[in-house]
Design a protein around this ligand. Structure first.
Ligand code: ZN
Length: 80
């Protein structure tokens, strides 16, 4: 997915947050980079307005699913 110029600032922020929220395997905690995962950024807005990346992911632990099934990294997040 590419961001249109007029939308890019907001779009970049959304993509960054999405990457944080869907980063690691829910089973073993491997991150998408150690899976050798490459996104083709096929995010779509569903009818309910929720942003989902449907790229398929297969982890070395045997878990497979879509990017949207990944979970946030367990590192402490910024608190506010
Ligand atoms: Zn895994």
């Amino acid at each position: 997915m590419s961001c249109s110029e007029s939308f890019s600032a907001k779009c970049d922020a959304v993509l960054k947050q999405y990457t944080k929220d869907h980063l690691v395997c829910p089973r073993c905690g491997a991150d998408r980079y150690s899976m050798g995962f490459k996104s083709n950024m096929s995010q779509v807005l569903d009818d309910d307005g929720v942003f989902r990346n449907r790229d398929s992911v297969r982890c070395s632990c045997g878990w497979s699913g879509i990017v949207h099934g990944l979970v946030p990294h367990l590192e402490p997040l910024e608190k506010d």
